[in-house]
Design a protein around this ligand. Structure first.
Ligand code: IMP
Ligand code: MG
Length: 205
């Protein structure tokens, strides 16, 4: 079962929480947590996206809006892959989901600190799933008079879309599987894995 692409991921089960672990020496195995996108591929793709986005915005006032919490890993790596200045800001969005589903209700839990007026805005998101969150957010941020709004998402699950969303920069299109790591969580766990891993049962496609 184990191969370079399909390494079983390590996990520790304790009375209070399950802790997934990566290449950093922790132990135990969980056959249900498998690497889908290794860290090196994520980093290489982010370097490409950084070059492309830098070229697409040669001037102007570029603001990255990071959607907490999942996108913070992607946003910080993407910002450092840019060869121009960017302003960064954070927005907290709650979609009322603690497990693997999104309920559809969206609420702002932390608003931006910086005005977007006249700025080129790039919303930086971890994953586009139903599209409910980003569809809501684009409409919300459009009211703040930015010069432009685009979206960058590390992952896209297009099969799951319920609301239309135009994503200008996509890291990886993935199948309809529940993934964790590189910022993505399951009930607040697994975010600090350096790879994107599949959490559900079955082999990695
Ligand atoms: P959407 O509104 O359905 O597009 O959901 C977007 C949010 O749901 C993301 O920002 C994630 O926080 C969460 N989400 C969607 N799919 C996954 C997944 O496979 N793993 C972890 N979180 C996910
Ligand atoms: Mg989440």
């Amino acid at each position: 079962m184990a191969s370079a692409r399909l390494r079983p991921f390590a996990i520790e089960v304790t009375a209070t929480k399950r802790r997934a672990v990566g290449d950093n020496g922790w132990s135990m195995t969980d056959p249900n947590v498998q690497v889908l996108i290794p860290s090196e591929r994520i980093q290489a793709r982010i370097r490409e996206l950084g070059e492309q986005i830098s070229a697409d915005y040669p001037g102007g006032d570029l603001h990255f809006v990071c959607i907490l919490k999942g996108a913070c890993f992607f946003m910080t790596d993407l910002a450092r892959a840019m060869n121009r200045d960017v302003a960064i800001d954070f927005m907290g969005i709650s979609t009322y989901g603690k497990g693997k589903t999104t309920s559809g209700e969206v609420k702002v839990t932390k608003d931006l600190d910086i005005s977007l007026e006249g700025a080129d805005v790039l919303i930086v998101e971890d994953i586009v799933d139903s599209g409910v969150t980003l569809n809501y957010l684009v409409h919300l941020l459009q009211q703040r008079k930015p010069k432009s709004i685009r979206i960058a998402a590390l992952l896209d699950k297009p099969e799951r879309r319920l609301r239309p969303v135009e994503v200008s920069y996509v890291g990886f299109v993935i199948p309809d599987r529940f993934v964790v790591g590189y910022g993505l969580d399951y009930a607040e766990h697994y975010r600090n894995l350096d790879a994107v891993c599949v959490l559900d049962d079955g082999p990695v496609a």
